[in-house]
Write a protein that binds this ligand. Structure first.
Ligand code: TXA
Ligand code: MG
Length: 310
């Protein structure tokens, strides 16, 4: 991508003026603003139509600034060394004297933090003297964006600037792990939980219904606002059909998530495919059974929540 640096400088200008902007990350695009500013982060809630009781993830370039805001522990450092920068977010104890805006923490003394690996996001973060609050850049409960164009589709002219970083490589949100008490996965995501469990060599709690701890999880979410059925063998006439395994049949309503049976590639293509189906004006979606392991578990989690739309 040409013109990277001049665009990143433009992004800095917007952010320094307390504006919110779209930024690329390796998981999904984020709607970013200065995490130390109530004025700036307010704009995120308004644009996203996000309830104020849902706290925001904060993005850092490295540990230096993080240490001013959060208590860190050994378990965190162990995971940080292995997986950050990358598609994992940690819930840490917020320091009392931290400059994080009260606007984004829902009166909790915890903070979700992440270190994105996307080179443009990293470069941007390094040029700022504050971290960036950045939830996924979609209207609350809808599909997350994986390209600049997706972000534009969500907000149109209401958002003045989106930094282009190409298509997000992972394509689903970060794995969220709570490290305040016993390590607990709150959201499945870019690093499959079995991998983390193996690395830590200790039990990792995952409760699908941890609604209270993560207000954004549980209800209709990741939804194209089209009815969606899971574990379907044969679609109805005129129904969009999402498949994971390549078959002989090619039809206008068949949407393959991957060429072979590659779950990682399928995750990367998931949101893009849902958007395409929406644009193609289908009014119902059927999904083939997807193996519930690794990235397949993440895909099933997102589709399950999308299927709550009736
Ligand atoms: O990959 C990602 O994490 C993307 C990119 C842009 O970084 N961000 C993202 O943010 O997915 P968001 O806001 O769409 O999802 C973050 C989730 C929400 O469900 C929110 O409720 C939860 O994290 N969360 C935020 N702060 C929390 C906290 N202190 N404790 C528990 N859950 C928290
Ligand atoms: Mg989101």
């Amino acid at each position: 991508m040409k013109n990277n640096l001049s665009n990143i400088k433009k992004a800095v200008k917007y952010l320094n003026k307390n504006q919110c902007i779209g930024i690329p990350t390796e998981t999904v695009y984020g709607l970013a603003a200065n995490a130390y500013s109530g004025v700036a982060t307010d704009k995120i809630y308004k644009l996203k139509k996000r309830p104020k009781n849902n706290p925001l993830i904060v993005h850092y370039s490295d540990l230096k600034m993080l240490k001013q805001d959060c208590e860190i522990n050994d378990l965190f450092l162990k995971l940080y060394k292995k997986y950050s920068p990358g598609p994992i977010s940690y819930i840490l104890r917020l320091k009392k004297n931290s400059a994080i805006s009260k606007n984004i923490t829902n009166k909790k003394n915890s903070l979700a933090v992440r270190f994105p690996s996307h080179p443009i996001a990293r470069r941007l973060l390094k040029m700022l003297n504050y971290p960036l609050a950045a939830p996924s850049a979609n209207i609350s409960t809808k599909i997350s964006p994986v390209s600049k164009k997706d972000v534009k589709d969500e907000f149109g002219k209401k958002l003045s600037f989106v930094l282009d970083g190409g298509q997000s490589k992972i394509g689903v949100e970060s794995t969220i792990i709570d490290l305040i008490n016993k390590p607990q996965v709150l959201r499945l995501g870019g690093i499959p939980k079995e991998q983390i469990k193996k690395y830590l060599n200790q039990n990792l709690v995952y409760n699908k219904k941890s609604k209270i701890k993560t207000p954004g999880q549980g209800k209709v979410h990741y939804s194209p606002y089209i009815k969606l059925r899971l574990n379907v063998k044969n679609p109805k006439n005129k129904e969009a059909f999402i498949l994971i395994k390549k078959r002989k049949r090619v039809a206008a309503n068949y949407f393959y998530l991957s060429k072979g049976n590659n779950l990682e590639q399928a995750a990367k293509n998931l949101y893009k495919t849902l958007r395409l189906i929406k644009k193609s004006k289908f009014n119902s979606i059927a999904v083939e059974k997807i193996p519930n392991k690794g990235f397949g578990e993440v895909i099933n989690d997102r589709l399950k929540r999308a299927s709550y739309f009736k």
